[in-house]
Design a protein around this ligand. Structure first.
Ligand code: CTP
Length: 416
């Protein structure tokens, strides 16, 4: 999604750097337009580095690109944070003295203001009237948070937390307008629900110990961000992860394979796509001790007997098929070639065994040095399409997988 992030001249501008990160990490393309005053708090270099795009606040830069018209016209969403009393007044009265106010007059998508100012300025009749005017035109103006202000006093006027602004912005794009149309309707997964499992399960031995794996959850997190950017509602089933789940997902925390199985089967019923990116333990201890297992001098060390965990991916496919469900089911596999076959032969056999629609195969075994090219995958289709390669950063791979999911979904289970 293309986002314009307008930054007003308030001390809270520094917090908007985190908001920008949330947008870019979720795969959105962000153009930052700080006001002249905003650049006295946070410099242009910061916005350029964090957004990866050139930054200007003048209508006289790059005139041939007609930015004062184009940016607002092309944006799927405009967010202004911090929205100062001055910016709210300018927007309410339709002023167009700089690039940001011009862009606001050209907005074709939803607009969200996140105000931040001193309590008395916020509560002033002039500001309240401007907020009322903007809201009456369909603009979303968040309530400021309450708490410690720039000085020693406190009250309403603090910028809402970046995560809260992010969630409100994403919800705004996904919400249908008065005519029942979603502003993000053209995005490939608009109106679709995607369940993604990520991270590594932990299988308890006793109340303090577990068997786990080294999955970081980074690929699953990147997939969730790519799915959000494609307009999907994302249910994120997070086993143990080294990274934070992306903001804007419906988060379900799980611990063990059995907990993940329950959460996945439940979420699948209401989903259009289920992506099993989690590293699920194939085995769990047969006995889980209620109390901490103690070492006893003179006794042998305990032997841990393992039993098989259910294959969740396979079960999702079986349920879908027996209940006539319409979820596109995607598995992940890490394969190495051996005497029995090469990576693709093993992966093709696994795709058949699991019965899923797509299998994303990490091809660490095809003569590549593990670690150097760990984000190189092949996407196999259970519906006869040619294998597709994707390589690059985890975000690049995630974008390719989500792209393919969108195409396969439209083919196999078109929206009804
Ligand atoms: N999976 C699952 N339930 C399990 C084990 C794995 O749903 N109990 C899912 C994983 O989330 C992943 C895919 O199945 O999408 C991986 O399949 P798996 O058979 O575990 O393959 P590998 O991990 O590659 O291991 P192996 O080759 O030993 O089968």
């Amino acid at each position: 999604m293309r986002i314009v992030l307008g930054v007003g001249g308030g001390i809270a501008a520094y917090k908007v750097a985190s908001l920008l990160r949330l947008f870019t990490e979720a795969g959105h393309k962000v153009t930052v337009i700080p006001t002249e005053a905003a650049t006295r708090f946070v410099g242009v270099a910061t916005w350029e580095a964090l957004s990866g795009n050139p930054v200007s606040n003048s209508v006289f830069d790059d005139v041939e690109k007609v930015n004062h018209v184009r940016l607002g016209h092309e944006a799927d969403l405009i967010v202004v944070a911090p929205a100062t009393a001055d910016l709210l007044a300018k927007a309410a009265t339709g002023q167009a003295g700089d690039l940001l106010t011009n862009t606001l007059l050209m907005a074709h998508g939803p607009v969200l203001f996140a105000p931040a100012m001193h309590t008395e300025m916020w509560q002033h009749a002039a500001t309240q009237a401007n907020v009322e005017t903007l809201r009456s035109r369909g603009v979303t103006v968040l309530e400021p948070a309450s708490g410690r202000l720039t000085g020693s006093d406190s009250g309403p006027g603090r910028l809402p937390e970046p995560e809260a602004i992010f969630a409100a912005a994403i919800a705004l794009v996904q919400a249908p307008d008065d005519a029942g149309a979603s502003p993000s309707a053209e995005l490939p997964l608009a109106g679709r629900t995607v369940t993604i499992s990520a991270g590594g399960t932990r299988e308890a031995l006793d109340p303090v110990r577990f068997l786990g794996n080294r999955s970081s959850g980074k690929q699953g997190t990147a997939l969730a961000a790519a799915a959000l950017a494609a307009g999907a509602t994302v249910r994120f089933l997070a086993a143990h992860m080294d990274v934070e789940p992306p903001a804007g997902v419906e988060l379900v925390r799980v611990e063990s394979a059995l907990e993940l199985r329950e959460a996945a089967l439940k979420a699948a019923v209401e989903s259009d796509v289920v992506i099993m990116a989690a590293a699920v333990a194939d085995f769990r201890p047969a006995e889980v001790s209620d109390t901490k297992i103690k070492k006893v001098d003179g006794e042998d060390a305990p032997v841990v007997r393992l039993i098989r965990n259910p294959d969740i991916l396979h079960e999702l496919v079986e349920r879908r098929n027996s209940e006539g469900g319409r979820q596109l089911i995607v598995g992940f596999a890490a394969e190495t070639g051996d005497a029995q076959g090469d990576v693709l032969e093993h992966a093709t056999a696994k795709l058949k065994r699991k019965g899923c629609d797509l299998l994303v195969v990490n091809q660490v075994g095809i003569g590549r040095v593990f670690g150097q090219d760990e984000n190189s995958v092949v996407i196999l289709s259970g519906h006869g399409a040619e294998p597709q390669s994707a390589a690059g950063s985890k975000a690049d791979v995630a974008a390719a997988v989500i792209d393919r999911v969108g195409a396969e979904l439209a083919r196999v289970f078109p929206a009804v």
